[in-house]
Design a protein around this ligand. Structure first.
Ligand SMILES: Nc1ncnc2c1ncn2[C@@H]1O[C@H](COP(=O)(O)OP(=O)(O)OP(=O)(O)O)[C@@H](O)[C@H]1O
Length: 750
């Protein structure tokens, strides 16, 4: 019997394994999460139907749509404007292709790229659940601070500022949406190589975040600017010409990486800075080495053949000119320690290790010559730290991107990240903060930091201060709607192990009506490194040798060497490893395209952590991703945080309260954690699981460190010894029975 059948809460109707479409079965025809069941209207259509209702709620798993509305399986119908632009491009290619940046071609293409009018832009943005707001607009203020002689006038104007700020603070923007990648070159004049490199990825259409962020970051277009000037109410954002600071909150797996890389590459290429030995033009910070290296790969694919280089910050690299120095007495070499990067997980504090001094002799360092540098915060900070403890400046950096900005500005990394932000001393620095989750405190911190930086600059010679804009896709801080969630009460640690084994051996317990099947490859998350290691040894022999045995299961955590981490990542990506047990090290940003599911063996320590962990599956619009979360008695005080996220995600999918997996009675029954409890949980995780063993060496939260196979073999051996003893004893007994009956009771004492 499937013991979890009665205890599980699952969010989706049953599916037989054969009927189930899995993320591993390939890319989705449409990577968008919202609004792709409605075609984009051509500008002409819009004129005909000015007023329209909002698009219907998206139901990703809905029944087949009528042919004229089924835009899921086929590329979207191009608007007339796009068709013309595409035809123009094709004609140009047929002619043999003009030189890169040929203005005649571009002018032609540009002329063919009609823009959406105000109503249509608003409709498309709303349909795709994009909300773009100006958090701080300094333009009117900065325009007025022009010269000394206007001081008197300034005083009066300053008095009006608060009112102005208030009015501007909530201003919404409706930029021209980017509904096809073919619009990039004619509208924003991106380089031919960049366009070709993007085309090589064969993305059918932009995702929601790309649809909104690329027009904002790539700047103005002729029509957009005219519209912006022509209408007082219509704010397209084009007047900022791409010169903005941007905070983006968009779902996991929605393609944020290329949304920030394309504008960076375009900008660096436009600057045509020949000498990259002065320092990088753009820096991207990510919380883990795995994510940083993935971003570098993406950047390299997009910048292939452009002459622009992207590099991962590694041990021994120099970013700025520093005098060759011996490490301080008994101290730690910054260069050496930079490789011991943290993972953003609760145990990361333990991971910054001291290196014995004899290892600290600094080699002659390699100087970074790349235009785009991708690094983890500690690695870059260590490379910038000078002997006197100060941090060297990076004046060449014009673009700073904080990927997973909320964790980078969380107390764990905050100091390091802010130090790097401040080290980017170029007054024209533009910042991008990107994540799938963003607390309001992070937003406030970003605004504060921007204000402080601006007030420390001598602004007289600077252009107007750029606005700080926020782009939100979908529902903020929620899990993507195309995942099937399963919240399972396992009561105890043993219950969790049993549950995981049932997932590993689906034939032993065929998927019931309530429990979706979880096919490898999948990730298993634990709270700490020791628990990941223990769970790995427990399950090591669970996969039969015919299927590859112990080589199919691996553990990845921050205590492993970087080469071991890299090798496990490669084996998992290649499909050689099927089940990867890990900590929150892999919870954020890491993109395993065909990952079928995620198991939260230990409950994540915040709602945001849940959103990121489960977001490793069902990426780029793929269907069939499953997220299983086991909870025990110890988790009950906190599980409501997770139940709420699941409820919100199901609502986004169009499920009613009755259809959803998390029922109202469960939410009513679960306690609501206090603010303090939430903070403690985030910092330390569930206390009972911190110590693997209690005083008696057992512990409720203990995962046996012996594999099931080893234990079985041991038990069998022990059984055989006992059996042979018993048999021997039985023989002796028989003989002694014959001698005297009192000997019969002696056995009971043994
Ligand atoms: N327009 C697109 N069409 C199809 N796939 C896309 C598109 N853009 C990006 N992708 C793919 O989507 C996947 C996820 O992209 P990416 O890693 O950038 O997501 P993300 O938004 O940064 O996610 P996370 O929040 O988890 O970091 C990648 O495999 C990427 O190649």
């Amino acid at each position: 019997m499937n013991v979890f059948k009665l205890l599980s809460h699952t969010s989706k109707a049953p599916q037989t394994p054969s009927a189930q479409k899995l993320p591993s079965s390939g890319a989705a025809a449409n990577p968008q999460l919202f609004g792709h069941d409605e075609p984009a209207k051509s500008p002409e259509d819009t004129k005909r139907t000015r007023k329209r209702k909002r698009g219907p709620e998206v139901n990703v798993s809905s029944a087949p749509l009528p042919a004229d509305l089924d835009f899921f399986g086929v590329p979207p119908k191009a608007t007339d404007a796009e068709k013309k632009a595409n035809t123009g491009e094709k004609k140009r290619k047929r002619k043999g292709g003009a030189a890169n940046g040929a203005t005649g071609d571009l002018a032609q293409a540009e002329a063919n790229t009609e823009s959406y009018d105000e109503d249509e832009s608003k409709r498309v943005l709303r349909l795709h659940k994009l909300k773009i707001t100006i958090l701080e607009d300094f333009k009117p203020l900065a325009d007025k601070i022009t010269a000394e002689k206007k001081k008197k006038k300034q005083k009066k104007e300053k008095a009006e500022q608060p009112e102005k700020k208030k009015m501007d603070a909530k201003k919404q923007l409706f930029p021209q949406p980017l509904t096809s990648f073919a619009q990039l070159r004619p509208r924003y004049r991106i380089s031919r190589r960049l366009e070709d490199n993007l085309n090589e990825q064969a993305y059918a259409m932009p995702t929601e975040v790309q649809l909104g962020a690329l027009p904002l970051l790539l700047g103005s277009n002729r029509e957009g600017t005219q519209q912006a000037k022509g209408s007082a109410d219509y704010a397209s954002g084009a007047e900022y010409g791409g010169d903005i600071d941007l905070l983006t909150v968009a779902p996991t797996g929605s393609g944020k990486t290329i949304a920030f890389l394309i504008p960076i590459i375009h900008s660096v290429l436009s600057e045509k800075r020949e000498d990259t030995t002065e320092g990088p033009g753009a820096v991207v910070i990510a919380p883990t080495r795995e994510l940083a290296s993935q971003i570098v790969n993406e950047a390299r694919k997009l910048s292939k053949g452009t002459g622009l280089k992207a590099t991962l910050m590694k041990k021994g690299m120099e970013v700025v000119e520093r005098p060759q120095e011996e490490p301080p007495e008994g101290g730690v070499s910054m260069q050496e320690s930079s490789d011991e990067e943290t993972d953003g997980a609760s145990e990361s504090d333990d991971e910054i290790k001291a290196i014995p001094q004899k290892k600290c002799k600094r080699r002659r360092s390699e100087r970074v010559k790349a235009a785009i540098l991708v690094a983890t915060p500690l690695a870059l900070l260590n490379a910038l730290k000078q002997r006197d403890g100060t941090v060297a400046e990076l004046p060449t950096v014009r673009h700073l991107v904080l990927d997973e900005a909320d964790v980078l500005l969380d107390p764990l990394f905050r100091e390091q990240t802010l130090a790097l932000w401040n080290a980017c001393s170029n007054p024209l620095l533009r910042i991008g903060l990107w994540s799938a989750t963003m607390g309001s405190n992070i937003e406030a911190l970003a605004v504060n930091t921007l204000n402080q930086r601006w007030s420390s600059l001598s602004t007289a010679l600077l252009p107007a201060r750029p606005p700080f804009i926020r782009l939100v896709v979908g529902l903020k801080d929620s899990a993507i709607p195309n995942i099937t969630h399963q919240l399972t009460y396992a009561a105890t640690e043993q219950g969790k192990l049993l549950g995981l084994r049932q997932l590993l051996h689906p034939t032993a317990a065929p998927p019931s009506n309530d429990v979706p099947s979880l096919r490898p490859p999948f990730l298993v998350f634990t709270q700490t490194i020791p628990r990941a290691i223990a769970l790995h040894s427990e399950l090591l022999y669970d996969i039969p040798p015919e299927a590859g045995g112990s080589s199919r299961i691996a553990v990845l955590h921050a205590d492993l060497s970087s080469s071991a981490r890299e090798s496990i990542m490669t084996r998992f990506r290649r499909g050689e490893v099927w089940v990867l047990i890990t900590t929150d090290l892999l919870a954020r940003g890491v993109d395993f395209r065909g990952l079928n599911g995620v198991v939260n063996y230990d409950v994540p320590n915040s709602a945001a952590a849940y959103v990121h962990r489960v977001g490793r599956t069902a990426r780029a619009g793929r269907e069939g991703g499953v997220a299983v979360t086991f909870y025990t008695q110890e988790d009950i005080p906190y599980i409501k945080l997770i139940a709420n996220v699941i409820r919100a995600s199901e609502k986004l999918r169009g499920k009613s309260e009755e259809e959803g997996s998390v029922k109202q009675w469960l939410l009513d029954a679960l306690p609501t954690p206090t603010k303090r409890e939430k903070q403690t949980l985030k910092k330390r995780g569930v206390e009972a699981r911190r110590n693997v063993k209690d005083k008696e060496g057992k512990g409720k939260a203990r995962i046996s460190t012996k594999s099931g196979f080893e234990r079985k073999t041991e038990n069998r051996r022990r059984g055989a010894v006992v059996g042979s003893k018993n048999r021997r004893r039985a023989g002796v007994e028989k003989r002694t029975m014959a001698v005297g009956s009192e000997s019969e009771f002696e056995r009971f004492d043994e």
